[in-house]
Design a protein around this ligand. Structure first.
Ligand code: NOJ
Length: 560
């Protein structure tokens, strides 16, 4: 296993719309980010992944790009962006940009040309088909509800959009389109960025016949994932992209890959194959979904979470590399989902942080996670902004008459706006995010949970993260150590050991609101033990053979 800077790094994700507004228009912007770089430096992160800041009509908050080489007006100018990169590099922080090339905006010049005529030179930049029997070309469902096809009057054909109808899918079968993408990537690489996070990048190769998929009972359209996830030419495209772009720079890549299995991830991240450095897989964030998909709520079982993480830890042990995340701009807040955001908010936020930072892989922190920010419950659908939520609500409540309360409950648990409420900076109006009216309301708990309070309190979640990040820099075992599960059947505790160069890191995590007893397996031997990090007061000379862990207690020992 090679040593790499991106394996040792801790990455912080910024969702710019919700991070910090500098000009009072209620929308976060680049100058706002610059004003908070010292805060991030204090936290100790190494890399920022910046969600899209390109020109966009914002149907999906920047994941619908109308100009890949320009900065969104609401966020600032190219000069502001250059200043951001400069200020980051001055502080030793690297920048990875979001790369959204499975689709563009329908307002991109390519698409506006493409839809004009069947023989337009840009026609083949997108995926156009004739209708079938007066209906859509196939039965695929969009990730954002409804058909994945939109009929276009001008030429009498349909175009494919796996996401919203304002996000037409690009046609990767077309070498000209691929060349345009690589040139655009090189444009940013030449500006000095440090890598890319690649949006749904394992969707870019579709099975060319675009076959119908099986429609689940009671549904009108079918999830067509089998025909576009990890498709027939995906490895070829990624290798070509790597060769034409990032391989010529010292940068990192992480591919967002819903539906990628461990076996596929191994191929995507094998250092000898030159595709991506790591992938965001989705299995652990699908464990609390039923057969009806993400909105079909199921309780999460510790056993499932543990089995899943262990499968990935072991699966990519020799070949490949894991990315580690429990939330991002598409997922609910981790403390509300995997912890307890009421009685044990601080304890469980720290426990989950301990978990992420002591696994093998590169940890990703999503803005506000370091404060223990929580999910939100707005009373009415009118306060929500996310296109995924709004489309789902329209389909279920307005078109199909489903129970409003039940649908709202699923939004409270899973909605993406949980993660997108503005960053909570201080106790002033709108949490210090903006002097104007925020584009999405602030979580009402901002007086208690905010950066100002957290940075002033040495016992806060923020300082716990700082500590974890520092420990990682001083202890290569946290990065490169092997992973072995212990107590595989425990009902409340998830425990494992990491081993590296004669050291053993013993990690015990109580994933429940109850006290719970940890017993050290006899095959974990040591002559010397030292507390490494913990989220409750404990004394160093306590025996570790048998410990009663408090609710959401995390304790890590270094054994020699
Ligand atoms: C994944 C992104 O993370 C999400 O926010 C977006 O809606 C879809 N891809 C479509 O770009």
């Amino acid at each position: 296993m090679t040593k790499q800077w991106w394996k040792e790094a801790v990455i912080y994700q910024i969702y710019p719309r919700s991070f910090k507004d500098s000009n009072g228009d209620g929308i976060g912007d680049i100058n706002g980010i610059i004003s908070k770089l010292d805060y991030l430096k204090e936290l100790g992160i190494d890399v920022i992944w910046l969600s899209p800041v390109y020109q966009s009509p914002n149907d999906d908050n920047g994941y619908d790009i109308s100009d890949y080489r320009a900065i969104m007006d609401e966020f600032g100018t190219m000069a502001d962006w250059e200043m951001l990169l400069d200020e980051m590099h001055k502080r030793g922080i690297k920048l990875i940009m979001d790369l959204v090339v499975n689709h563009s905006s329908d307002e991109h010049a390519w698409f506006m040309d493409s839809r004009k005529a069947k023989d337009n030179p840009y026609r083949d930049y997108y995926i156009w088909r004739e209708g079938k029997d007066g209906k859509e070309p196939n039965n695929w469902e969009s990730v954002f509800s409804g058909s994945a096809w939109e009929y276009d009057e001008a030429t009498g054909e349909y175009f494919l959009h796996l996401f919203s109808k304002k996000q037409p899918d690009l046609n990767w079968e077309n070498p000209k389109l691929r060349r345009e993408v690589y040139d655009m990537m090189n444009y940013w690489l030449e500006k000095g960025i440090d890598g890319f996070r690649m949006d749904v990048i394992n969707f870019i190769s579709k099975v060319p016949e675009l076959p119908d998929a099986r429609i689940p009972e009671g549904k009108q359209y079918a999830p067509g994932g089998d025909y576009f996830m990890n498709g027939p030419r995906i490895h070829e495209f990624l290798q070509e992209m790597n060769k034409e772009t990032v391989s010529q720079y010292d940068v990192m890549t992480v591919g967002e890959m819903p539906g990628a299995s461990v076996e596929e991830a191994k191929l995507y991240t094998d250092e000898n194959r030159h595709e991506t450095n790591m992938v965001f897989q989705f299995e652990h964030v699908d464990l609390d979904a039923g057969p009806g998909g993400k909105w079909d709520l199921r309780p999460l079982k510790l056993a499932d979470l543990r089995d899943n993480f262990t499968k990935w830890q072991k699966g990519l042990e020799e070949i490949g590399w894991n990315s580690l995340y429990l939330n991002n701009h598409d997922q609910p807040r981790m403390v509300s989902r995997f912890g307890n955001d009421k009685t044990y908010r601080v304890e469980s936020a720290k426990m989950l942080a301990t978990f992420l930072h002591t696994l093998k892989g590169t940890p990703y922190i999503y803005q506000g996670e370091e404060l223990g920010m929580t999910n939100v419950r707005f009373d009415t659908i009118d306060d929500y902004r996310d296109i995924e939520i709004l489309n789902m609500y329209r389909e279920k409540v307005i078109e199909n008459g489903e129970d409003v309360q039940k649908v709202m409950e699923s939004i409270y648990v899973k909605g993406r706006d949980n993660a997108r409420t503005p960053m909570q900076w201080d106790e002033s109006e709108h949490a210090g995010f903006t002097t104007g009216t925020p584009w999405l309301k602030v979580n009402p708990n901002f007086k208690e949970i905010n950066a100002k309070r957290a940075t002033a309190d040495s016992n806060s979640v923020f300082h716990y993260y700082r500590n974890l990040i520092q420990l990682r820099k001083q202890n290569p075992i946290m990065v490169y150590g092997s992973y072995d599960l212990i107590l595989p059947d425990h009902e409340q505790i998830y425990a494992y050991v990491r081993r590296y160069e004669g050291q053993t890191l013993l990690v015990m995590l109580n994933f429940s609101s109850e006290k719970s007893v940890f017993e050290l397996p006899t095959d974990v031997s040591y002559v010397d033990k030292k507390l490494f990090i913990h989220n409750y007061e404990v004394s160093d000379d306590e025996s570790i053979e048998k410990i009663e862990l408090k609710p959401y207690e995390a304790r890590v020992y270094m054994l020699k």
